[in-house]
Design a protein around this ligand. Structure first.
Ligand SMILES: NC(=O)c1ccc[n+]([C@@H]2O[C@H](COP(=O)([O-])OP(=O)(O)OC[C@H]3O[C@@H](n4cnc5c(N)ncnc54)[C@H](O)[C@@H]3O)[C@@H](O)[C@H]2O)c1
Length: 263
């Protein structure tokens, strides 16, 4: 292990976070680093990843460039993790994702492919690249970041919803194939999280996505990071093939105006 990782429940663990340079991914990197993991910020945006690694302490936080839609880039990432951290990943968080918002008829072939490749195929490539070393070690945690769009249709997001629904299928089937190897595969379905992905809605006074939840606020990256830390821990060893929804109750509520009061 490279390092001077701190103390905490992940001290002996290497955690790879795809899309770790921004938003929820950066919160996940911060949380795992704070809990002692050696963290790999794996991102297309290497300058942002490097800046985060520098901020968190390059002794135990590494920035590595990857395009998760390119299987050879993902294979190179797996090799670099072992080289730089002295150990392959114990924990993989498939977090990188993008969202195109436009009507079904306006989705181009490229839009569709981009949504499926980044939000679904990339998670498969990473899972396939990192699982063998976890199998060999007899312990592993794979966490796929899904969405409330995995469960419900959302307007102008046909490819995103299709990819995110696919993430849950990938999660369940991967959990079966990796059974008996000490690996669990789970998903987190975030609701409205205040990240750069949602900057427009967050700054729009006509939109109150936080107020639509039962908790009455926007989610923060840290809400996702805490859920990821739980699923990656030994406390969650009996949790497998399932989805933890972290949305302030939005999917469960589905109340109409007037059905529930404000207090
Ligand atoms: N923000 C929300 O409200 C919300 C809600 C539900 C689900 N999610 C999901 O959470 C995850 C993180 O979202 P966020 O809001 O933090 O997004 P973000 O835009 O802040 O960060 C996404 C990161 O992914 C990286 N990335 C994009 N394409 C990549 C590629 N091909 N290879 C490697 N890295 C790549 C980007 O460089 C960026 O650093 C995504 O999977 C998103 O779909 C977010």
């Amino acid at each position: 292990m490279s390092s001077t990782a701190g103390t905490g429940r992940f001290t002996e663990r290497v955690a790879v976070v795809t899309g770790g340079a921004s938003g929820a991914g950066s919160s996940i990197c911060r949380e795992f680093a704070a809990q002692g993991a050696t963290v790999v910020v794996a991102d297309l945006n290497i300058s942002a990843a490097t800046a985060l690694a520098k901020e968190l302490g390059t002794n135990h936080v590494h920035a590595i460039a990857v395009d998760i839609t390119d299987s050879s880039s993902v294979s190179a990432l797996a090799a670099q993790v072992t080289q730089q951290c002295g150990r392959s990943a114990d924990i993989l968080i498939n977090n990188a994702g993008v969202r195109i918002v436009k009507s079904l008829l306006d989705h181009t072939d490229d839009d569709w492919e981009k949504m499926i490749n980044i939000n679904l195929t990339g998670h498969f490539y990473c899972t396939r690249a990192f699982a063998p070393a976890m199998i060999e070690r007899g312990w592993g945690r794979i966490i796929n970041i899904a969405s409330i769009a995995s469960f419900v249709g959302r307007p102008d997001r046909v490819a995103y919803c299709a990819a995110k629904a696919g993430t849950l299928g990938l999660t369940r089937a991967a959990a079966i194939d990796l059974r008996h190897s000490g690996i669990t595969v789970n998903a987190i379905a975030p609701g409205s999280i205040a990240t750069p992905l949602n900057a427009q809605a967050k700054n729009d006074n006509n939109v109150d996505w936080g107020g639509e939840t039962l908790v009455g606020r926007w989610g923060q990256g840290n809400d996702i990071a805490k859920a990821a830390a739980y699923l990656a821990s030994d406390d969650a060893s009996y949790v497998n093939g399932t989805t933890l929804t972290v949305d302030g109750g939005w999917v469960s509520a589905k109340a109409r105006d007037g059905e529930i009061g404000s207090s």
